[in-house]
Design a protein around this ligand. Structure first.
Ligand SMILES: Cc1cc2nc3c(=O)[nH]c(=O)nc-3n(C[C@H](O)[C@H](O)[C@H](O)COP(=O)(O)OP(=O)(O)OC[C@H]3O[C@@H](n4cnc5c(N)ncnc54)[C@H](O)[C@@H]3O)c2cc1C
Length: 472
């Protein structure tokens, strides 16, 4: 492995290779993830072009050395960890916008481009890239985890926004999956093969992304409910209503209490009801259309809450009265993970997991999951993208306490089993990494995973591309 790193330094230059222990640690471990591995790469390499990546792949493949791509390291299932060591490929210097085609509504970018920077850069064109995972995430990582975020309810997931990819295969071969038109039915859909592949099939060195018009009119509303079941049921009714919401998110009472106690100054401008709460984002072409959607939503929520809870008073529906308030209300949802991590007691870890089910089963699963978590007697909280039938549970535990670790692991496993029983998935948006390999087999069965294994062998016969992820 060290010989491979030295050969890469000879080809790319000495400053393209780093052996610093702190840098290796940063690239091999994540505080956001429970699925870390003790393995570390021997070096981190910094390519500047597709040609550089091709040279790295050729060298590693010849020497049977694992290659692990690294974007921003915000993935949470051990996706970029290095259980078999090897060379970590960091895309910090491949962060250019290659071409912007506003008339075609697409943009060609290198993998190290951060989505927030991209959207700031192109904002004046009236277009944006809608996927919104961690604010730190880069396009290479977003493509490779098939990420989503709060905007997925309206815009779909990352796979819907990738037009084509330039990919370096394990042996250094460079391919482009398709050209730039909006549609094609020419040949196999190789773009989708690499989206969500977690760097196990090839390294993405360029992506053409579709863009959407920035909505002209928007608003945000929050509405608390007496129970998590009532909130989730109202969410299900809203999804079925056909009202065009931009986002539909849920936070439980624990999360709301955390906002009051530990939120940023922006978030603490108001006192939040410490009850399960839906966060709704509205968007449309005119303010009148948005107002009409808000009125329909308020009526539907009141009706749904009365029916399901036998109550007479509708829940207090609060919508933003200014752009500033809109921003402040939504900040509460966007910042909640950071807030939760900041209040974690020293030495404690957070196990955050992610499932999705058909929307009709959502209320039942959220209710069931919350009850299971509370039985543990640990801090546990539900937050998520209910609009997509997708939610996360975060549990805090002491990793030095074996009984606690076993209890949390057991609880997560039961949640996965329950989601599968409901025809759901063990990973709505965080991919498989090393954390959910066994669950993937439970979800899809050995024959389907066998086909994936066959595809992997076809493009990476030496198994050097991010080995140890997705399946063994
Ligand atoms: C606070 C917070 C909030 C989050 N919210 C969301 C959310 O709402 N929705 C959501 O979907 N996710 C969310 N995530 C998870 C995370 O942001 C996403 O998984 C994101 O897509 C990862 O991007 P990254 O650049 O950090 O990739 P990394 O973590 O660096 O890598 C992810 C995977 O992609 C591979 N990879 C990276 N670059 C390349 C490349 N060029 N070619 C091939 N493979 C590559 C890596 O090897 C790894 O397997 C959140 C995470 C945090 C910490």
């Amino acid at each position: 492995m060290l010989h491979a790193a030295e050969e890469i330094a000879r080809v790319l230059g000495q400053d393209a290779v780093c052996y610093d222990t702190d840098v290796l640690e940063h690239h091999g471990h994540s505080d956001w993830s429970t699925s870390n591995s003790p393995g570390r790469a021997v070096a981190v390499v910094y390519p500047k072009s597709t040609e550089d990546v091709s040279a790295i792949a050729r060298i590693c493949n010849n020497r049977n050395v694992p290659m692990v791509p690294f974007g921003a390291g915000s993935s949470v299932e051990g996706n970029f960890s290095q259980p078999h060591s090897g060379i970590c490929v960091d895309f910090s210097f491949m962060d250019k916008i290659v071409a912007f085609h506003p008339d075609d509504m697409d943009v060609v970018v290198q993998p190290g481009v951060n989505w927030v920077d991209l959207n700031n850069h192109i904002a004046s064109s009236g277009l944006f890239a809608p996927m919104d995972p961690s604010p730190t995430a880069t396009v290479g990582g977003m493509v490779s985890t098939n990420c989503s975020g709060t905007n997925a309810f309206r815009y779909g997931t990352m796979k819907d926004w990738v037009l084509n990819l330039t990919v370096v295969l394990a042996d250094g071969t460079v391919i482009k999956t398709r050209r730039r038109p909006r549609k094609t039915s020419a040949g196999y859909n190789l773009t989708s093969l690499f989206v969500g592949a977690e760097g196990t099939l090839g390294i993405v060195t360029e992506a053409t992304l579709k863009l959407a018009p920035i909505p002209q009119a928007t608003s945000v509303a929050v509405v608390p409910f007496p129970t998590i079941h009532a909130a989730a049921s109202a969410a299900t009714a809203l999804i079925r209503s056909g009202i065009q919401l931009a986002a539909l998110e849920i936070m439980d009472d624990q999360q709301m209490a955390i906002l009051n106690a530990h939120g940023s100054p922006t978030v603490r401008k108001r006192h939040w009801a410490e009850q399960p709460t839906l966060f709704l984002k509205f968007s449309g072409t005119t303010a009148a259309a948005v107002q009409s959607d808000i009125a329909r939503t308020a009526a539907l929520i009141a009706e749904n809450n009365n029916t399901t809870q036998g109550q007479t008073a509708p829940p207090p529906f609060h919508f933003a009265r200014s752009k500033q308030e809109e921003h402040d209300l939504w900040a509460a949802r966007k910042e909640c993970l950071f807030t939760m991590t900041s209040m974690r007691p020293a030495g404690h870890a957070m196990w955050s997991t992610d499932v999705a089910v058909p929307i009709s089963r959502l209320a039942e699963l959220i209710d069931w999951s919350q009850t299971e978590c509370r039985k543990l007697g640990l801090f546990a909280s539900v937050v998520g993208h209910v609009g997509d039938g997708n939610f996360h549970v975060a549990m805090m535990y002491d990793p030095r306490d074996k009984a606690q670790v076993a209890a949390v692991a057991g609880c997560v496993q039961r949640m996965m089993d329950k989601a599968l029983e409901m025809e759901g998935t063990v990973s709505g948006e965080h991919a498989i990494g090393i954390g959910k390999k066994a669950c993937l087999r439970d979800e899809l069965g050995e024959a389907t995973v066998g086909v994936m294994r066959g595809l992997k062998r076809a493009v990476d016969p030496k198994w050097v591309m991010n080995p140890g992820k997705v399946f063994d």
